[in-house]
Write a protein that binds this ligand. Structure first.
Ligand code: GLY
Length: 568
């Protein structure tokens, strides 16, 4: 067993932390006075990455490019995100170092009720919670795009939505991931005629390379391009959506639509090895969990440890952060999330004290409760423009093709984000995640997310990172951040073999290449249950600017065929 001597951090922690944050506040504007001179965009689809660069070439900045990338993904990757869903955009403005998170997360409609998915016998009706219009929250993506364009971009929506409108009208070729997901979800899609017509033209799964056209979606996007958020949340589009949802058993109202607003949120900030991390606050659990795990891990000098010892400690940090996620996290506008406590280094020191260097802590021994299957969908992209503005954005319709439900005449699926609430205390959702009061359903509340769009900033390097993958988002981002801290670039973060622990089930899930048989035997001897999964997970996209060398790099996860990272 290796010697581990965690440096004593908690005593000096507050002072160092305040000094670092003050230092960042002073140096950040100066730091970014001169940009990298070129731009990098990495996203889950080549057409979206190209659209971002097109908008930059037409005079837009990273925030306009984010509108273009988001909206093209909303056309070509409806498995994962869309204007029927929502998203979180973490922004860094180069001119003054200002950072903010744009919260365009979906919202529960006014008629939502905490018991709305319970059968008469008290069990959860999983079908209603994930399929069809009752599963859908009021979408936030369009309000997010409008807000980005109006407050941070240089171009009107009519410019930055052009690529999406063109692609919706002219079509895009079916690619491997899209094809695979259509096959996987065909039966659920067939339950809804408009979705069937859009994605199964001629009544069957299109072949690879066949062109999918979405003319109804092009019209909806044109209205948004002309009228901004009002073109979606009020008037004809809103009426069509509300009527369509209600006719199929949903509970949306025109007032829910008109009342939807974007929230600007102060990001979660934490420091690690001289970097400031700027990441997602509630209604996401991601940023708090990342801060908490890094606080637990920092004193361990991970870079000096062997692979198994390092993985053991990382898993122990994951286990503890996910226990707190289940107990304490929800929409902070509705529930008093103890954020300051959770990201405090003294609190982390307490959690660290319970970690044994050579033995797994059974999750049952941690005060708290239960339960994960596979991360499914959502999308992420990262951008840095020539001036040094950055965006890390994670967008979602929740599970693959969201609720599968499409209102006739719209061309886009609605999310099933209501399943990110806890439908019943302790009852697992689609990701096996549990929750309690903090994340129970309430009218107008936003469901707890795991999305973790994250920026990493220092005098030397600026980077953006994130990924889809349900509850595994958080642990993938953690592994990516630790790889960045080891000195590696985006190509490395996105291709790292992954492992994951989420408190319950008390199992380390591992991709095939994450550990050798000997390493698994060593982890098992420490008390871990390791389960190797056949299917890989995640679809990470990152960008980095090394100010010292001037190099701008980007990486796109090879686990999906369509992603593309381009520096130009
Ligand atoms: N719907 C996945 C998430 O927000 O975490």
């Amino acid at each position: 067993m290796e010697e581990i001597s965690p440096i004593n951090k908690s005593g000096e922690s507050l002072k160092i932390r305040l000094c670092l944050i003050a230092l960042f506040a002073v140096i950040t504007p100066a730091l970014h006075a001169a940009g990298p001179g070129k731009a990098a965009i990495a996203s889950a689809h080549y057409l979206a990455t190209e659209a971002g660069h097109e908008v930059l070439a037409n005079g837009g900045n990273a925030f306009d490019a984010a509108v273009a990338v988001s909206s093209v993904l909303a056309v070509v990757e409806q498995t994962s995100s869309g204007i029927g869903g929502g998203g979180l955009w973490v922004l860094h403005r180069a001119s003054d170092g200002f950072e903010v998170m744009i919260d365009g997360r979906e919202m529960a409609p006014a008629a939502a009720d905490k018991d709305m998915y319970l059968n008469a016998d008290g069990s959860v009706n999983r079908d209603l919670a994930v399929t069809g219009p009752l599963a859908a929250g009021i979408p936030g993506e369009v309000a997010g795009l409008d807000h980005l364009a109006t407050h941070y971009g240089r171009l009107p929506l009519s410019e930055s939505l052009k690529p999406a409108i063109r692609i919706a009208r002219e079509g895009f070729p079916v690619y491997q991931k899209f094809f695979g997901m259509l096959k996987y979800k065909e039966q659920d899609i067939r339950r809804w005629p408009a979705a069937t017509q859009a994605f199964l033209p001629d009544g069957k799964i299109p072949a690879m390379g066949d062109v999918i056209k979405l003319p109804d979606l092009a019209l909806v996007l044109e209205k948004i391009a002309a009228e901004g958020r009002d073109g979606f949340y009020t008037g004809g589009t809103a009426q069509r959506l509300v009527d369509g949802v209600r006719a199929a058993g949903g509970i949306w109202s025109m007032a829910d639509m008109a009342g939807y607003t974007v929230k600007e949120r102060e990001p979660v900030r934490t420091s690690y090895q001289g970097y400031e991390l700027v990441t997602a606050p509630p209604p996401s659990s991601g940023g708090i969990a990342i801060a908490q795990m890094l606080n637990i891990l920092e004193p361990y000098r991970l870079a000096e440890l062997g692979k198994v010892q390092r993985a053991h400690l990382v898993v122990e940090a994951m286990r503890r952060a996910f226990r707190d996620r289940a107990l304490h996290l929800g929409d902070s506008d509705f529930y008093p999330v103890p954020q300051e406590m959770l990201i405090d280094e003294n609190y982390a020191a307490g959690l660290r004290a319970g970690i044994m260097y050579d033995k797994a802590t059974p999750s049952d021994m941690l005060p708290g409760r239960e339960n994960l299957p596979e991360g499914t969908d959502t999308t992420h992209f990262s951008i840095i423009d020539a001036e040094g503005n950055m965006v890390a954005a994670t967008l979602t319709v929740n599970t693959i093709f969201g609720s599968k439900f499409m209102v006739p005449g719209t061309g886009f699926v609605l999310n099933n984000e209501m399943d990110d609430f806890s439908a019943k205390p302790g009852e697992p959702n689609a990701y096996g995640l549990i929750g309690f009061t903090a994340n129970e359903i309430q009218p107008f509340k936003r469901p707890l997310s795991s999305m973790t769009p994250t920026l990493m900033l220092s005098e030397e390097k600026l980077a953006a990172i994130g990924t889809p993958g349900g509850s595994r988002i958080i642990t993938m981002v953690l592994l990516g951040v630790l790889d960045f801290m080891d000195g590696n670039g985006p190509e490395s973060w996105v291709s790292l073999p992954r492992y994951h622990h989420q408190y319950l089930p008390d199992t380390v899930f591992a991709e095939k290449d994450a550990f050798t048989a000997e390493e698994i035997a060593e982890l098992t001897a420490m008390g871990h249950t390791v389960q190797v999964r056949e299917r890989p997970w995640g679809n990470m996209h990152g960008v980095m600017w090394n100010r010292k060398t001037g190099e701008v790099t980007a990486g796109s996860d090879s686990r999906s065929d369509a992603g593309r990272a381009i520096v130009r």
